[in-house]
Ligand binder design. Structure first.
Ligand code: MN
Length: 292
């Protein structure tokens, strides 16, 4: 059964860090989440004043942050002494778990900076495990060409393209995340099986798409299927996705994961299960023991 477009979260312009301009879809309020995903930001600007102040030192606890840099250069530094340069096409997968204190600062004074930050929740049993961090250069992320002229970049999980397995560098997490970047020419389609256990969404960042299998020639159903750039489309039940590009050079990320179905307590960069755990995180940060 094809998954259909169930609801749309319109990206909202906002700012974070020291004033970096972003477009936030998931996570724009604490009611707008899609278990196990907490937040999705698209940062993108050709104007340095929109990003130059970056994200100075700040803490996290209880989840994972995934930064996918489409274009630009950012330097990550954390309390463990890690230093990572994030450039065009690179991914940083950070398991903040019990605590991380880091900064994310632009290393460019002009030109385009563009990318995504996704927050993926951790199950209660893993929220207090030691922090971990993985820099994945673009060269280690497989890209498969599609026979229709498009391509797919597999960051997490495994795609089957023309009968061949294309496995991304991130595998085997509890929520079994899928994170694919798909590019399609006009009218090309991308179809793939998705496990029924997963919550699935699509975020279009170039062009527009039609999702599902209602006939496109009927105007009403065509409108119901349409997702335009800057918006996240949450998909309903089913075991397969079908996405058709309605514009030339359409690009979207497809993200899916097994929901945790656990209570969430959030205070800014701390995401736990109870208010007591949030108060503990705040206290630990104040006392300088967040990461101990
Ligand atoms: Mn951060």
């Amino acid at each position: 059964m094809q998954k259909q477009l169930q609801s749309i979260i319109q990206g909202q312009a906002t700012s974070d860090g020291a004033g970096v301009k972003i477009k936030r879809s998931l996570g724009q309020s604490q009611r707008v989440r899609f278990d196990p995903f907490l937040m999705l930001d698209e940062f993108g600007s050709a104007s340095a004043t929109d990003y130059i102040a970056g994200f100075p030192s700040h803490p996290h606890r209880g989840f994972e942050t995934v930064t996918y840099m489409l274009e630009g250069h950012m330097l990550h530094e954390d309390h463990m002494g890690n230093k990572g340069h994030l450039k065009n096409g690179d991914v940083q997968w950070m398991t903040t778990a019990r605590g991380i204190i880091h900064s994310e600062m632009p290393q460019q004074e002009e030109g385009v900076m563009r990318g995504f930050q996704l927050w993926l929740n951790l199950p209660a049993a893993e929220k207090m495990k030691p922090a971990a961090y993985k820099d994945i250069p673009s060269s280690e992320i497989p890209v498969a060409n599609l026979s229709n002229g498009g391509c797919i970049k597999v960051i997490a999980n495994t795609a089957i393209i023309d009968g061949k397995k294309v496995s991304g560098p991130i595998q085997g997490l509890t929520t079994d995340p899928i994170y694919w970047d798909v590019h399609l020419p006009l009218n090309a389609a991308f179809s793939h099986a998705i496990p029924t256990t997963h919550n699935t969404f699509i975020y279009v960042y170039e062009g527009e798409v039609a999702i599902g299998d209602a006939p496109l020639k009927e105007k009403a159903s065509a409108e119901q299927r349409k997702l335009t750039a800057g918006n996240a489309g949450l998909l309903g039940a089913g075991d397969e996705i079908n996405v058709v590009a309605l514009a030339q050079d359409t690009r979207f990320i497809l993200v899916a994961g097994i929901p945790l179905n656990e209570p969430i307590a959030q205070y800014g960069p701390f995401v736990m299960n109870t208010q007591e755990e949030i108060e503990q995180a705040i206290q630990d940060y104040r006392n300088g023991v967040l990461t101990d």
